[in-house]
Design a binder for this molecule. Structure first.
Ligand SMILES: O=C(CO)COP(=O)(O)O
Length: 251
């Protein structure tokens, strides 16, 4: 089993030119494992992509937080996969629960975005997750399987996909999943790939966890067999993020 640890920092809709520069300075000076050990990806808002790309050290990669589902054109306010490629942005986050909920992105729409982004040569961090209500009613795995099945119908090149399990109830709440909860879901997702895609894909796909990851809970989560890294929101805007990257070393 060789799955390179993956740590993404999702800045969401935060930042000014000044504090983007400050965060990048912290990262540029940080002591982190080599990019052979951990893949580090920073996801600023679109308007700061070029700034971050220009300033950030080269062992960190960058990701956009969204892209349009098809070729660009008359889609006011959207950003196309072609534009990201043109800008030299290798990654995109698709299907974040904030977009699924607030902007009503359906499983099918998310899957269209993933399929198109991959066909254009982007690598994609696909986010899936259940709400608290869904968890409490015992529907967690059904919800996650439906989200991933829609994506699987549009993807053949899984090496360009990282799957982020982000329980909605854990995002921005300070209520992190317990190690047992995270391990169980990640294992069931991997088993789903064995049954529905391919045993090699199941073995190699990175399944990362997101939702209230901090410098104090990252190590116990990083040790879990089926947790291959993190997608970090709030803590990725702080120097604490460096410690989260360094949790790669407990793997
Ligand atoms: O949504 C997330 C990352 O995409 C997680 O956000 P928090 O780390 O702020 O809970």
């Amino acid at each position: 089993m060789s799955r390179k640890f993956f740590v993404g920092g999702n800045w969401k809709c935060n930042g000014t030119t000044e504090n983007v520069k400050k965060i990048v300075t912290v990262l540029n000076e940080a002591d982190v494992p080599s990019d052979e050990v951990v893949e580090m990806v920073i996801s600023p808002p679109f308007v700061f992509l070029s700034l971050v790309k220009g300033l950030l050290r080269s062992d960190f990669q960058i990701a956009a937080q969204n892209c349009w589902a098809r070729k660009g054109g008359a889609f006011t306010g959207e950003i196309s996969a072609e534009m990201l490629i043109n800008l030299g942005v290798p990654w995109v986050i698709v299907g974040h629960s904030e977009r699924r909920t607030l902007l009503k992105e359906s499983n099918e729409f998310v899957a269209d975005k993933v399929g198109y982004a991959i066909s254009e040569g982007l690598k994609v961090i696909v986010c899936i997750g259940e709400t608290l209500e869904q968890r409490e009613s015992g529907a967690t795995m059904d919800v996650l399987f439906a989200q991933i099945k829609a994506v699987a119908d549009k993807v053949s090149k899984w090496s360009n996909v990282v799957l982020a399990y982000e329980p909605v109830w854990a995002i921005g709440t300070g209520k992190v999943a317990t190690p047992a909860q995270a391990q169980q879901v990640h294992k069931e997702l991997r088993d789903w790939f064995v049954k529905n895609v391919d045993v090699n894909v199941a073995r190699t796909i990175r399944i990362i966890y997101g939702g209230s990851v901090t410098d104090t809970n990252c190590n116990e989560l990083a040790r879990l067999r089926d947790v291959d890294g993190f997608l970090v929101g709030g803590a990725s805007l702080k120097p604490d993020f460096v410690k989260i990257i360094n949790s790669a070393s407990v793997k």
